[in-house]
Write a protein that binds this ligand. Structure first.
Ligand code: SAM
Length: 229
């Protein structure tokens, strides 16, 4: 039986080529103008040596980090996107689903100063995945998540729940993608339940736009500063 999660992953198989073209041609104005720079600055602000990009897609962020001398490792569930990332020079990039990562079935390395997810946490139960990421962080490490801003995405229905992205206005042929919208408190609660506490919150915005382009959260492991992590 199809679940929203399985339809979500299938949509990436279908949309991989259109996504690669959209990202590499700079077709997504909010990314070019605001959100790419926002996540790069949030990561670079931690002065990391090693970064894991969770749901790295075709690998633009891996390349941007490598260009800045950072040891960047990617992981994504879609084989075509991973192949594109590798072909564009991003290495190493692992193929693994979040479900496999949550069960620690795949070795994707450890001692990361930052684990980031850029518009890549789209499924409902993110707690097992985030919990599994905790032991992969180096002491003092951070989780940096950029996501659709819930206030903008909610469009009048500010409740957790599945939504559908139709990619209307994107160039190319797209299959609609289910994605799970969570409110701000729901994000903070999910982080808390996975053992993280929020240490930074930003709402990157273009000066000429009415609302924020994203929500950008930086979290650290609770208890690490007490030497128990
Ligand atoms: C919107 S794209 C973002 C890609 C990249 N982070 C970027 O900034 O361009 C979402 C990515 O999440 C990945 N993804 C979604 N659900 C996944 C899952 N359950 N397991 C592994 N990867 C998943 C998709 O394959 C896709 O590459």
């Amino acid at each position: 039986m199809d679940t929203p999660e399985s339809t979500l992953q299938q949509s990436w198989q279908h949309n991989a080529d259109a996504w690669i073209e959209a990202i590499r041609s700079g077709a997504l104005a909010s990314r070019v103008q605001v959100t790419d720079q926002a996540i790069l600055l949030a990561i670079m602000g931690r002065q990391p040596e090693r970064v894991l990009d969770l749901g790295c897609g075709e690998g633009w962020l891996l390349r941007a980090l490598s260009d800045r001398g950072i040891d960047a490792v990617g992981v994504d569930g879609d084989a075509a996107l991973v192949a594109a990332a590798r072909a564009a020079g991003s290495s190493p990039v692992h193929v693994a689903s979040y479900e496999a990562l949550a069960l620690a079935q795949v070795d994707i390395g450890r001692d990361y100063n930052v684990i980031c997810a850029n518009f890549a946490l789209l499924h409902q139960d993110i707690i097992p995945l985030l919990t599994a990421m905790a032991p992969l962080l180096a002491p003092g490490g951070a989780l940096v998540i950029q996501t659709l801003h819930p206030w903008v995405a909610a469009t009048g229905d500010y409740q957790d729940g599945w939504r559908e992205e139709t990619f209307a206005g994107f160039p190319g042929q797209w299959q609609p993608m289910p994605w799970y919208m969570r409110t701000l408190s729901s994000w903070v609660n999910a982080l808390d339940m996975a053992g993280f506490r929020l240490v930074g919150l930003q709402e990157p915005q273009h000066p000429q736009s009415a609302g924020p382009q994203s929500l950008l959260m930086t979290s650290e492991l609770r208890g690490r500063q007490l030497g128990s992590g």
